[in-house]
Design a protein around this ligand. Structure first.
Ligand code: 5GP
Length: 186
C-alpha cells in the first residue's frame, strides 16, 4: 500500500472537521464517510456527514464483515466502511476521522497507517469551544469533556500529536507530516 491511510483523532470540539476539510482541499485524499447509529445533528447530510442508520442495519453490516473497524461510542455505533477504504487506497490517499479505540484497531490491522492526534491547547479551551458549538446539552458536554483525558492518554500510541492552537499552523504541520510520510513510502 503506497497511498497514505491517514487517521485523524482528537477530542470532540478540537476542530478535527475543519482541519480535515483543509487537508481535502489540496487533493490527493478521499474522506471515508463513516456509518453511525447516532441521530443526525442540524446541518448534517446523510451520505456526506455520515451514513445514518438504525441499529439493526448497522449490526447486519458488522455480521457481513463490512467494517474496517467499528466501535460503540457514547451509546452509539460508529464504523468505517471497509470496501470504500480498500478500493480508494488503490488510487489515492484516504483520511479517516475516527475516535481513538477505532484508530488503534486500524493501526493493528494496517501498521502502515499514519495516526495523528489533534490536541487542544488546554482542557478549558476545549470546553469553551463545545459550549460555543451549542449542539449539545450540559450533561453531554460534560461527558465529552471527561472523555478528553482518555483520548489524549492514547496519544502515546499515535505517530504524531499536533496541537490545534492556531488552525493555519496546525494544518501546515500536518501537511509537513504528510510530505515526510510520502517520501518514506517512495
Ligand atoms: P460525533 O458524534 O461528534 O460526530 O463523533 C463522535 C466521535 O466518533 C468522534 O471522535 C469521531 O471522530 C468518531 N467517529 C466518527 N466516525 C467513526 C468511525 O467510523 N469509527 C470510529 N471508531 N469512530 C468514529
Amino acid at each position: 500500500m503506497n497511498n497514505l491511510l491517514l487517521v485523524i483523532s482528537g477530542p470532540s470540539g478540537v476542530g478535527k472537521g475543519t482541519v480535515v476539510k483543509r487537508l481535502l482541499k489540496d487533493g490527493g485524499f478521499r474522506l471515508s464517510v463513516s456509518c453511525t447509529t447516532r441521530k443526525k445533528r442540524e446541518g448534517e447530510i446523510d451520505g456526506v456527514s455520515y451514513f445514518f442508520m438504525e441499529k439493526p442495519e448497522f449490526e447486519k453490516m458488522i455480521a457481513q464483515d463490512g467494517f474496517l473497524e467499528y466501535n460503540r461510542h457514547f451509546e452509539n455505533y460508529y464504523g468505517t466502511p471497509k470496501k470504500f477504504v480498500l478500493e480508494s487506497l488503490k488510487t489515492s490517499g484516504v483520511i479517516l476521522e475516527i475516535e481513538v479505540d477505532g484508530a488503534l484497531k486500524v493501526k493493528s490491522a494496517f501498521p502502515q497507517a499514519v495516526l495523528i492526534m489533534i490536541a487542544p491547547p488546554s482542557a478549558a479551551e476545549l470546553e469553551k469551544r463545545l459550549v460555543r458549538r451549542g449542539s449539545e446539552s450540559k450533561e453531554k458536554i460534560a461527558e465529552r469533556v471527561s472523555r478528553m483525558d482518555y483520548e489524549l492518554s492514547k496519544s502515546q500510541y499515535y505517530d504524531y500529536t499536533v496541537v490545534n492552537d492556531d488552525l493555519n499552523e496546525c494544518v501546515a504541520r500536518i501537511k509537513n507530516i504528510i510530505e515526510k510520510e510520502k517520501e518514506i513510502r517512495q
